[in-house]
Design a protein around this ligand. Structure first.
Ligand code: PLP
Length: 370
């Protein structure tokens, strides 16, 4: 792996030294179950508590609103599954560029009598006006991701939530606003405390943390859950806590403070300028878009281009890293954004602070050679 230049950081990132050291430290020195009553157990519990506090501090929310999970997919699943158990079905509104972890619930929800409506995303952006027009007295939940994982577009969550809050007043009932914030955490000036969302999902392995740790933010705490097990995580997510991964997640979050956003902005600008007069088409919009993600389209089919890039030592993706039919999933995003003709040749480049300018120059050269 080391001989490759890794540009697929929206799919997953390399665990940082601080997080890895913490993972090993907790695994070896604090192996007791946080629920155990002896002193080692209490120490583990204290680590769990301080990890939650550190992340809450970074996000600017109360620790009691944060629940550790195995990853963002599980966080999303907890929220959307809760609808399946509701006494009465209603209507949900998803943006048409949601990650599969959200959109894959469509079938289950429909089976249970829910109506699933989609919001368009022309140019990669969801419009507050369209949301306003679509909400009905039956709408129970709206899900719009903060930053799209294929194009990198940053959604105007504040304005979208404002629309929902006004509709709540008009209809005299609550509407749950959920935002998948996986690709926003630590990037693009993201601040959870600025957004009045009811629920949000996060993932450790997208920010140089470990696999197997995620977070569910719930403004009001309670939600109908499927697995109660031992009542851990306030009953939201039962089961023995993955303490090494959780503590390492907190370390990764702390390390976000030293991320160099200017460096990433420089990489993005460099690529846009260098490829402007090439046969590559830049698909990611040049405004309100994360510097960390740059989608392009080459005249070659994605699979061929990605294999050729790999042969040159550069790892890039076709748009999304779902376990199967990744291209199909990214295609839905390109279609919604009005970029369908370019979907077949799509290449997603995603940066991390580990990348160097020299590597980016090499990447540009390799893309030009395609
Ligand atoms: N949401 C978005 C936007 C993602 O990019 C991903 C990762 O691919 C997920 C959710 C799922 O995250 P996890 O791998 O932690 O389940």
């Amino acid at each position: 792996m080391n001989e490759f230049h890794y540009f697929d950081n929206a799919a997953t990132t390399k665990i940082c030294r601080e997080a890895l050291d913490e993972y090993v430290n907790i695994s070896q020195n604090h192996m007791a179950n946080p629920s155990a009553l002896y002193s080692e157990g209490r120490q583990s519990k204290a680590i769990l508590t301080s990890s939650r506090e550190k992340i809450a501090d970074y996000l600017g929310v109360k620790p009691s609103t944060l629940f550790f999970t195995s990853g963002a997919s599980e966080s999303i699943s907890i929220v959307l599954s809760s609808l399946l158990w509701a006494k009465r079905s209603g209507e949900v509104i998803f943006s048409s560029i949601e990650h599969e972890a959200v959109s894959s619930f469509e079938g289950l929800l429909r089976e249970k009598g829910w109506k699933v409506n989609y919001l368009g995303a022309k140019g990669g952006f969801v419009s507050p006006d369209e949301l306003e027009a679509r909400i009905t007295p039956d709408t129970r939940l709206v899900a719009v991701m903060a930053v799209n994982n294929v194009l990198g577009t940053i959604q105007d969550i504040k304005s979208l939530v404002k629309v929902v809050r006004e509709k709540e007043k008009e209809y005299g009932r609550s509407i749950f606003f959920f935002s998948d914030c996986v690709q926003a955490l630590g990037k693009t000036g993201f601040s959870l405390s600025d957004l009045d969302v009811d629920g949000a999902s996060f993932s450790a392995h997208k920010i140089n943390g470990p696999r197997g740790a995620g977070l569910l933010y719930l403004k009001k705490g309670q939600i109908q859950v499927l697995s109660h097990a031992g009542g851990q995580e306030g009953g939201i997510r039962g089961g023995t806590e993955n303490l090494p991964a959780i503590a390492a997640f907190a370390k990764a979050v702390e390390s976000l403070k030293i991320w160099d956003e200017k460096k990433i902005h420089g990489f993005n600008t460099m690529m846009r300028l260098a490829l402007a007069d090439s046969k590559m088409k830049i698909l990611s919009p040049d405004h309100d878009t994360s510097d960390y993600i740059l989608s392009l389209s080459s005249p070659l089919p994605s699979e061929v281009a990605i294999r050729m890039m790999q042969d040159k030592g550069y790892l890039v993706s076709s748009g999304s890293a779902c376990s199967n039919n990744a291209r199909g999933k990214a295609e839905a995003v390109f279609r919604a954004a009005g970029l369908a003709p370019y979907a077949g040749g799509a290449i997603r480049v995603s940066f991390s602070c580990d990348n160097t300018e020299e590597e980016v120059r090499g990447l540009i050269q390799a893309l030009k050679e395609l």
